[in-house]
Ligand binder design. Structure first.
Ligand SMILES: C[S@@+](CC[C@H](N)C(=O)[O-])C[C@H]1O[C@@H](n2cnc3c(N)ncnc32)[C@H](O)[C@@H]1O
Length: 417
């Protein structure tokens, strides 16, 4: 069936109408003419998996990455960056119901400070879009940058020289499972985490990755296909550092960090600009990214976070920056006395605010809320609830994830009563 792509869906796939069916076609642009042969159900949507692009839209640009169209990582590289920003703005407007400016990322290649590369019997690379078992072999990743190429070359040589077996994703057996790379974009520091099954990793790994500041060996002997494990050994530095503006953050293989360092600078500055008063609660504080930045600007900060390791990292981050921010292990639903704070910062996981937290906010009425969201749908739902006593003062979109359909939103709410 031949048809023209007239718009993109929320996931960035072209929407094709075939009879009464709506079929999503990956890696297409508005104006492409496609011939769809086969499709299947992915979650709740019909997605084409066998199709030809008969005529290319004039909108398209040449993707920088040679794996575009196979790798599931970047689905929008064929669109000019302005078009990506326009798409994200329209998506936000549709979900939130009002116009929102989207700030483009300062860099759109080499901006990611982390990639998790699968080591498998099917190849070393990223998953083929729409599959968990199939891997697109890669030599470098353009959104991470040059060090990915060096590290992947070193990995292949190391595995070949020592006859190290890759992981079989279907049979759940083998030794080498993941190589996770982290890079402090403002410090140049580089970390490699090799995640393996139980077994023996030759010490010579050091020679192959002599350009890394930190090399970790982590064990994941479970069937669960995750790119982290229990650190068994490390060589070089225990942490690498990233610097956002004037704040230094430590990065450990098992700790989260905002993945686009360049745009993370804009993000922390925006949060600081929106915060008011003296006393701030950074809820869902993670490694303290916002709290420490704000403490450095003179706010009195407390942070609450469910993950004890993240709290440990946040405390370390506070210490190395010489700021008096306090971080505690705790859960959103249990926070008390929100009225003590002038500003409440929330950066919840994709599910949004816990309903008990929303109730407490409505009862305690902190004057200012800064809501950082990675999921506009749950943000929209939470804003509807909070709008009973808050007014939205400002909302801004930040493109933290160029070439993907994802978008971060920061909203400032002021008490209305
Ligand atoms: C989007 S991240 C926020 C990251 C943080 N702003 C940072 O930059 O490090 C969401 C955080 O919420 C934490 N979290 C998840 N469920 C939670 C809960 N029920 N109560 C408190 N924190 C929770 C996660 O561990 C994670 O660190």
């Amino acid at each position: 069936m031949r048809t023209e792509i007239k718009k993109l869906g929320e996931e960035g796939f072209g929407v094709a109408k075939v009879g009464k069916k709506k079929i999503y076609v990956p890696f297409t642009a508005v104006g492409d003419i496609v011939e769809i042969k086969k499709w299947h159900r992915e979650k709740k949507k019909l997605v084409a998996h066998d199709y030809d692009i008969i005529e290319f839209s004039p909108l398209r640009v040449e993707p920088k990455c040679k794996y575009f169209g196979k790798c599931g990582g970047c689905v929008l590289q064929h669109l000019p960056y302005e078009e990506q920003i326009k798409f994200k703005g329209e998506k936000l407007e549709k979900i939130l119901g009002f116009h929102i400016e989207v700030l483009p990322s300062p860099k759109i290649y080499g901006h990611r400070n982390r990639i998790d590369v699968v080591i498998s019997t099917r190849g070393i690379g990223f998953r083929r879009r729409g599959t968990w078992w199939n891997v697109v072999e890669i030599e470098r990743c353009e959104v991470f940058g040059d060090k990915s190429e060096r590290a992947l070359k070193a990995l292949r040589e190391f595995m070949e020289d020592f006859n190290l077996e890759p992981w079989d994703l279907e049979k759940s057996k083998g030794f080498m499972r993941y190589i996770v790379m982290r890079e402090g974009k403002f410090t140049g520091e580089f970390m490699v985490n090799l995640v393996t099954n139980d077994g023996f990793l030759p010490e010579e790994v050091l020679e192959y990755f002599d350009f890394a500041d930190s090399i970790y060996w982590s064990i994941n002997s479970s069937k669960s296909d995750v790119s982290y494990g229990e650190p068994k050994k490390f060589w070089g530095s225990e942490f690498i550092r990233e610097k956002l503006d004037d704040v230094v953050y430590l990065i450990h293989p098992n700790s989260f960090f905002q993945t686009n360092s360049y745009q993370a600078v804009t993000l922390v500055k925006k949060v600081a600009e929106f915060a008011e008063g003296e006393k701030v609660l950074d809820l869902y504080s993670g490694v303290g990214t916002f709290g420490i930045y704000l403490a450095k600007r003179g706010f009195k900060v407390e942070g609450i976070e469910i993950n004890p390791f993240a709290v440990e990292m946040a405390k370390k981050n506070a210490e190395i920056n010489n700021v008096d921010a306090r971080f505690y292990v705790g859960e959103d639903k249990d926070v008390e006395n929100l009225k003590e704070y002038d500003t409440l910062i929330v950066d919840p996981p994709r599910a949004g605010l816990h309903p008990k937290l929303t109730q407490k906010i409505l009862k305690d009425k902190p004057e200012t809320i800064v809501y950082v969201s990675c999921n506009p749908k749950t943000l929209s739902k939470n804003l509807e609830e909070l709008k009973r006593i808050y007014k939205i003062e400002e909302t801004i979109g930040l493109d933290m994830f160029p070439h993907t359909p994802h978008i971060e939103v920061v909203t400032k709410l002021k008490l209305n009563v």
